[in-house]
Design a binder for this molecule. Structure first.
Ligand code: AMP
Ligand code: GLY
Length: 447
């Protein structure tokens, strides 16, 4: 019987998910429930159903029942935080994603820090304070004790705008506290954390309560400008080297990160009584004191998914189904092609504050797919012309025997696309990689 798989969402990440499904030897029928048509997803021969919102579960149910869906894969966090997985359970359709309770791992920073501290994962977390009162002296004490070197985190989903960092976004206590008070007004709580110094990386794992299988480790570049300058974005580009790791990480760093995810998965189950199924996307930081956890997300990263899923060799359908059946142990490990990947988003002028819409894009009909893959994000097709509809428009992944070659192919592909979109040319270069290696060497020397 043909498998019928629904993917929720229509950005670059969801294009990468559909791409991985389309390469499955099981040849599933793929359906995309979307708020607009993604031309890249459409070009894969995916059936598209438009809805007003991905949180409109009744509309999703109508499609799922109509096609007799065998699996649902939510792309973004919002439907998971709203309980799409619990809703799918009622419909008796497997969902590759955690329940609402487990999804708090992303949607509530205070819940996450507290359950990790209470279940033996405190060693992987910075010092923190949860504050609930608008008038709370403890926040000032926390700020002063750490000489202002803190991070303030809103306790709910704010689409990438929920964290402010000392030095980047504020200097004084008053500035930090204005943000903290806004979070208390909106979510009832705020989290203050010690600011960690080190190099960040992402390790995404698929989990089923018993087994944790890691994808290739990678690193996002969040700042809009070259050399990590300018405002934070959703992510401008991601790299991963030919070993499936990063040049500044040791195998021990990845083992530590894996172990934090194993312990955190167990902590979630102990706390909620429910098994976490789906993606645990750890945002880690390698510091002079070892690997620490910055945050968890409960879905694929965007752009991380573009690097991970374009080089995936293990059958993605099998990975998702095995997780839903709590039988991930049947997959020994996740295999990917032994190539480096350099991914960059082409973005609309004005991104991230006010991205221009309607920028026209001339796109080549063919290119060598052994060297590059292209994923569509904020882009639509109007009378045969591709135009931008969002900030991050096209995600280009270059493949190569090392990061330098992967970057060359990524840039070559970008040069074939005629538009006014911009990207970060420094991502994946030897200069930036060497800088990171040097920073990490001096941090390790401090240890
Ligand atoms: P977001 O992805 O919007 O939650 O932003 C999180 C970003 O804030 C991370 O990528 C880090 O750069 C930064 N961040 C969060 N927590 C800390 C921390 N404790 N120390 C240093 N940086 C942090
Ligand atoms: N790469 C950032 C995110 O997906 O949240």
């Amino acid at each position: 019987m043909t498998k019928k798989i629904i993917v929720l969402g229509n950005g670059g990440r969801e294009h990468a998910i559909c791409f991985a499904l389309s390469r499955s030897p099981q040849k599933p029928e793929i359906w995309n429930i979307a708020t607009s048509i993604n031309p890249g997803i459409k070009s894969l021969g995916v059936h598209i159903e438009l809805v007003k919102s991905l949180e409109d579960f009744e509309s999703i149910k109508i499609v799922a029942k109509k096609i007799e869906a065998t699996l649902i894969i939510p792309g973004p966090e919002a439907p998971l935080a709203q309980g799409i997985s619990d809703f799918c359970s009622e419909l008796e359709i497997p969902c590759f994603g955690p329940t609402k309770k487990c999804a708090q791992l992303e949607s509530s920073k205070s819940w996450t820090r507290n359950i990790l501290r209470n279940n033996g994962v405190a060693d992987a977390c910075p010092d923190y304070l949860v504050s609930t009162e608008l008038d709370d002296e403890q926040r000032k004490e926390f700020f002063e004790k750490r000489k202002g070197q803190i991070v303030v985190k809103a306790d709910g989903l704010l689409g990438g705008k929920g964290v402010i960092v000392a030095g980047d976004h504020f200097e004084t206590f008053e500035e930090a506290d204005a943000f903290a008070q806004k979070s208390i007004e909106k979510f009832g709580r705020v989290v203050l954390e010690e600011k960690l110094i080190g190099i960040e990386f992402s390790l995404l794992s698929v989990v089923d309560g018993k087994t944790v299988l890691d994808f290739r480790a990678c690193q996002d570049h969040k700042r809009v400008g070259e050399s990590d300058t300018g405002p934070q974005t959703g992510g401008m580009g991601v790299i991963s080297d030919e070993t499936g790791s990063l040049p500044f990480l040791t195998p021990n760093d990845l083992e530590l990160a894996h172990d934090i995810t194993v312990r955190s998965m167990k902590a979630v189950e102990k706390e909620t009584g429910e098994t976490f199924i789906g993606i645990m996307y750890g945002g880690f930081i390698a510091t002079s004191k070892g690997v620490q956890l910055i945050e968890y997300n409960v879905r694929f990263g965007d752009p991380e998914a573009l690097n991970i899923l374009s080089t995936l060799e293990t059958d993605f359908v099998d990975i998702c189904e095995a997780a839903c059946e709590k039988d991930l142990q049947r997959i020994a490990q996740i295999e990917c092609t032994p190539t480096a990947t350099v991914q960059k988003y082409l973005c609309a002028p004005g991104y991230p504050d006010a991205p221009e819409k309607g920028v026209s894009i001339d796109f080549p009909e063919t290119w060598n797919r052994d060297h590059a893959e292209v994923f569509f994000a904020g882009v639509a097709e109007k009378e045969g012309q591709l135009i931008s509809t969002g900030g991050r428009v096209l995600g280009i992944v270059g493949f190569g025997k090392n990061l330098t070659e992967a970057n060359m192919y990524c840039e070559k592909m970008i040069a074939k696309i005629k538009s006014d979109l911009f990207h970060r040319s420094d991502i994946g270069t030897e200069t930036l990689t060497n800088e990171r290696k040097k920073t990490m060497q001096s941090l390790r020397a401090e240890f």
